[in-house]
Ligand binder design. Structure first.
Ligand SMILES: Cc1cc2nc3c(=O)[nH]c(=O)nc-3n(C[C@H](O)[C@H](O)[C@H](O)COP(=O)(O)O)c2cc1C
Length: 260
């Protein structure tokens, strides 16, 4: 009898502990969510700054410093199909991934090499202007499938819309030391000066298997990530997609038009 009572007590105690811990963990998770979102947004801003060389990899900066360095960088929402800026769209609340999931603000795509399943109607990019107001660079959001999942990042292009100024990723599931080397500063340093399009406007840039030459002599190729050809191809494919006609081509054509 006493034994049965003891078992009942243990079960009751264990259940109570589970409930209390469950409530604690979920309330921590809920209360920390805004902080996590804030940190994710700050990290994204840092990756934009890194892409345009206003922040060095690993450099420690306060949120205030990030905001100060972001001064010449203006977020712009564009209509992807026309490349036109949407002046009335709110950049503070814009969420491109949510827009891509929503059937009323996106379309389903046929199979493509970057494995982009749904295309949003609008995208948020960044324009970097000099003191004279002249456009110096654009920072385009890029995403596409690697080995383990979708990689999300930024490609900074010169105002000539062809010369790469930098590439950074802020979210991916690739293996550290293999595909995860997309975050390695020495690999990222190989990008500035490469060219996305040839003289005829054809997309030519590719992450190759093996080593490429220096940018000035070998502008269309970038060193592959060793042991990670699938991720390397994923990077090539997403650039091909986002610089193409379904991606930012209409916007880039507009910029070229304005420059001439
Ligand atoms: C545990 C594990 C993790 C891997 N992670 C990656 C990865 O993140 N990216 C990638 O392209 N290949 C990864 N690979 C290797 C791929 O399976 C594949 O072999 C490789 O992409 C081929 O590239 P290679 O021809 O350069 O060796 C991983 C393999 C293993 C066993």
């Amino acid at each position: 009898m006493a034994n049965r009572q003891a078992t009942g007590y243990i079960l009751l105690f264990a259940t109570a502990i589970c409930i209390v811990c469950g409530i604690l963990v979920s309330s921590f998770a809920v209360s920390l969510e805004p902080l996590q979102d804030e940190n994710a947004a700050l990290d994204k801003q840092k990756r934009v700054l890194e892409a345009v060389d206003l922040l060095q990899p690993g450099e420690r900066v306060t949120p205030e410093e990030v905001a100060a360095r972001f001064e010449p960088i203006k977020p712009v929402i564009i209509d992807l199909a026309t490349g036109e800026a949407q002046a009335d769209a709110d950049t503070a609340t814009f969420d491109q991934q949510r827009r891509a999931r929503n059937p009323s603000t996106s379309v389903e795509l046929p199979k493509n090499r970057a494995s982009v399943k749904r295309l949003p109607d609008q995208a948020l990019l960044y324009e970097v202007r000099g003191d004279d107001g002249e456009l110096e660079m654009v920072v385009l959001p890029i995403e596409g499938l690697g080995l383990w999942g979708t990689l999300y990042g930024f490609l900074a292009l010169d105002a000539d819309t062809t010369t790469v100024r930098g590439i950074t990723y802020y979210l991916h599931k690739e293996t550290p030391g293999l595909g995860g080397e997309v975050d390695n500063p020495s690999w990222k340093a190989k990008w500035p000066g490469r060219r996305a399009f040839d003289e005829d406007g054809e997309f030519q840039l590719a992450v190759i298997k093996g080593q490429a030459g220096v940018a000035a002599e070998d502008p269309f190729r970038v060193d592959g990530l060793s042991g990670a050809t699938i991720t390397s191809n994923g990077v090539t494919n997403m650039l091909d997609f986002w610089l193409g006609e379904r991606g930012f081509e209409p916007y880039l054509a507009r910029i070229r038009g304005e420059a001439n």
